[in-house]
Design a protein around this ligand. Sequence first.
Ligand code: ATP
Length: 202
Amino acid sequence: MRFSKLRLTGFKSFVDPTDLVISDGLTGVVGPNGCGKSNLLEALRWVMGENRPTAMRGGGMEDVIFAGAATRSARNFAEVSIQIENSDRLAPAGFNDQDQIDIVRRITRDVGSAYKVNGKDVRARDVQMLFADASTGAHSPALVRQGQISELINAKPKNRRRILEEAAGISGLYQRRHEAELKLNSTEANLLRVDDVIEQLA
Ligand code: ATP
């Protein structure tokens, strides 16, 4: 399973549809300051389910939509798609029935984000879990932001442990444990409520 193509439309400085083909081996992106190199990395993080605007260097998530330039008007939506080559059939269960996986995220002003996997509507969580189970995703330590190395050196041990957990492929399990704990808490609250009702009826 490997990324084979990234497509951006109306995402930050990439107003027209732009394809980045990711071939076998090393892919380099070079260009002058401000040409959009970091925007490409952010697009990759975003399509994998990033939900923190600050990680996109913005104040709100809609800031990723092309905001207009001297000769071009602002857009109403941004879309990023990633193509995953899965002929080795190593994708996580539930997404492993095709040789190619297409994941699309679109954000529309005043509407929010929507995701599709191979043309079918899915939740943000489904996309986040797909990548977490594949030991990658928006928070993967493989995506190195500017200034991240010095942040890491100064990080608390607990935060540094998260990087080892990502590498070990267990971050998806932590997410599921967290969700199970939330369900358990709400079930306990429901049980207390049932006890109250039974007491009132008795
Ligand atoms: P450097 O080499 O300096 O780090 P870079 O090649 O990584 O630069 P980016 O930081 O990816 O460049 O791109 C910055 C450019 O993207 C700026 O010109 C900025 O105006 C533009 N940009 C960011 N968000 C938007 C947006 N929503 N709409 C239009 N342009 C945007």
